[in-house]
Design a protein around this ligand. Sequence first.
Ligand code: ADP
Length: 477
Amino acid sequence: MLMRNVLIVASESMPFVKTGGLADVVGALAKSLPNEGIDVRVMIPKHARIKAEYQDQLETIATTTIYLGWREKYLGVQSMEKDGVLYYFIDNEDYFAGPVYRGDDAENEQYLYFCRAVCETLSLIDFDPDVIHLNDWHTGMIPLLLKTQYPGHFKKEIRTLFTIHNIEFQGKMGFPFVKDILGLPDWLNSPRFIEAGGCANMMKAALVYADRISTVSPNYANEIMLPYFGLGMEGMLRARRTDVSGILNGIDTQDFDPAADPAIEAPFSASDLNGKRACKRALRDEFSLDVNLQTPIVAMVTRLTSQKGLDLVKYALEELLSKDMAFILLGSGDKKYENFFHYIAAKYPGKSGVWIGYHEELAHRIYAGSDFFLMPSQFEPCGLSQMIAQRYGTLPIVRETGGLVDTVAPYNAYTGEGTGFAFSTFNAHDMMSAIGLALSVYRDKPTLRKLRKNAMLLDNSFRQSAVRYKALYQSMV
Ligand code: ADP
């Protein structure tokens, strides 16, 4: 059967609101699908954080009242077109006037409301999706609600695809809470359905009820079948193995384009790397590094959580800083890591630069001006930063896990090939030897140039992902 209509639902999407890679992926997928002949729409909450320039352009298309159990709640639906894609915004200031993620039960309620609101909005808009593409636990109750509370409700039978961007966050809460808010029957509170480890679990609900499941790299699709990575979901994933696929993310190659990036000091490309030197000089000066331009800069742009391998960095960084290298970090998150990096910045002022916070333009300047990008993740569903770094000729140094395996070809000293550096065991000494190898290749200019070129010429665009998603959608109807 021919399918054309896809509704992507997520908690965040570029260019409107972003706290991490999920927003990049949703925005880039939405932008790419029309070229594949798909009529795609996107639905996200109307977060207060949505950039003001867009808030002013939103048009209200419906307002109504919906029920969360016995509670009456406002539901507004607003929309705007961006890059040929129609975006819908679920408006309710009780839930979305504050942070994108409120934490704990407040966050659970935010997104239980969102799941209900999305189902109700399907009758309010002039769009009949063949497939609803759901993303991460915030949307996890939608397949269950559609199958158990809305059968025969819509013009078409709607199929659901659930994509796992990060299995660490599952949306766990007491069953009475979710029962009360969504009006669920008690029999759902069983390990066969939505219960896991004594809690109602929104990710589990999606894994049980979605027609298909995908995740964001082929390697991570295999890893999450194992307890270490599956974090309690491995049993259900193994049971549904034939419905699970891994589709590698890509990056928005327009947004991240060293040849035409307004955020960086000078443009450059694989065939003319001169501008990269100017970017490095500007970055060095911006962070007041007291090193010459021959000194390699190793950088990180990251959420500060243990997932990103920051315990290894904490262990090794002072020793690394005794070598001829400088270190730059942009990130925010766990206080223990923020404090550590404040300490590093204070103790090694000329050799380290630290910016705690979220800053998109600065991220571009770091990708462009650094020599190496460190990403020693404990686990990494796909990872975008290493692909962005490669596009800017900044060689990633990664741990071999998840999508990092699918996207970084480790330097091979015998063939001279590669697009970065890798180590396999989650161990600070192994990380340090991978960094040591990178620093020695840095001094071998012909090899360095070759690896940079290899990295910059990789096709990490979202087009390839969009083609694969289209094939998956088509196999579902
Ligand atoms: P994750 O989604 O797990 O955070 P990814 O590598 O998939 O990791 O995507 C992270 C994205 O967020 C990249 O585009 C990265 O540049 C960006 N990012 C992370 N931290 C910051 C920050 N502090 N400031 C600006 N951009 C950031």
